[in-house]
Design a protein around this ligand. Sequence first.
Ligand code: FAD
Length: 391
Amino acid sequence: MRTDVAIIGAGPAGLLLAHLLAQDGVESIVIEARTKEYVAARIRAGILESSSVDLLRSVGVGAGVDAGGEEHRGIYLQWPSERHHLDFVDLVGRSVWVYGQTQLQADLVAAGEAAGQQAYYGTSDAALHDLETDRPYVTFTDSDGAAQRVDAAAIAGCDGAFGPSRAAMPADQQESWERVYPFSWLGILADVAPSTDELIYAWHPDGFALHSMRSATVSRLYLQVPNGTDVADWSDERIWGALATRLGHGQNGWQLNPGPITEKSVLPMRSFVQSPMRHGRLFLAGDAAHTVPPTGAKGLNLAIADVALLAPALGALVHKNDTAAADAYSSTALRRVWRCEHFSWWMTSMLHLSGDPFDAQLQLSQLRWVTSSTAGAAGLAENYAGLPIGF
Ligand SMILES: Cc1cc2nc3c(=O)[nH]c(=O)nc-3n(C[C@H](O)[C@H](O)[C@H](O)COP(=O)(O)OP(=O)(O)OC[C@H]3O[C@@H](n4cnc5c(N)ncnc54)[C@H](O)[C@@H]3O)c2cc1C
């Protein structure tokens, strides 16, 4: 097969890139290892920055967010006996949207199908070749076991942290940075109406807790747990008990309403950046190039911002052989990546117990500052609600 851009990975980065390219008249073929059903069911992120929502609307895939998303003006930050609201709209004029990654994934699949996007699911053995030429290609085995080859003008590596694209970057021409945190998140999805109108981020001597949500009837909650935690050790009763304690059930009349838990998983916390995000005709986007701990709700938004930059760069490369934007892609994208890396690390460091009592006092001081100083609050709000695409 021959196409303009071979896209490896059908997560949000890969599917949105295919959509943006198609709008610009650039053909692509998407190659995904998992089945369509598996990808559709993955429970992951749930917060969209205002710039992500603006972009989705502007390219015709915002109807789902408008119909089923919930706009939030800000978040609550709390520690024992105190809860404060940060109003992002008042502080920086921007809001965020609660919209599950599963919903966005479904919108992007529907848009691709309506446009006749070529996509191979359930593939194996994807391998990248001739990246340093202007005729790179991808080989893979399709779901029927047949060997396939896609020749392209460029390859977009949108295959997450463990795909073949990151590994295809020559080791002597790249640098990477990593921080592994000494704790994980135990996340649950529950069929119960959220007990809060906006997200609650809670510092607590037992560990961090987050009350998030996916809709008016589905809640998403997280607990800080030690690395290596086995979900089997956490009964539903134990989870709801820990959430009630850390989120302050009973304080000032606030109640946490428990409900049936439909999903439970442990998510390790990691920061990672690989640079550059380009080698020859291979361009990395989303989790293929970077990982953030989920505390700042940045992973999905960074994937969207990457492909918003990459699509016009590939359009210019493919249509006009104009390499300027493609040459600038990595350094431009990395500016925002490092801003989000810092913000995600900062939120994580401010809210998670390290076990060091000195750290705990610094965290409480920081929390008092961001909730009492307009300048402190505006800094958090600007980063959380998201900087403009292209920052
Ligand atoms: C387990 C998990 C839980 C998360 N939870 C949260 C959360 O609670 N809150 C939050 O804000 N963020 C969360 N995130 C982060 C957020 O979901 C990601 O940042 C986002 O999915 C990035 O999109 P992406 O398209 O770059 O990568 P992905 O969504 O990972 O998509 C990459 C795609 O590439 C495919 N692929 C991999 N290898 C191959 C191969 N060899 N051949 C072909 N295809 C391949 C994968 O199957 C996948 O479909 C989570 C991430 C993970 C991994």
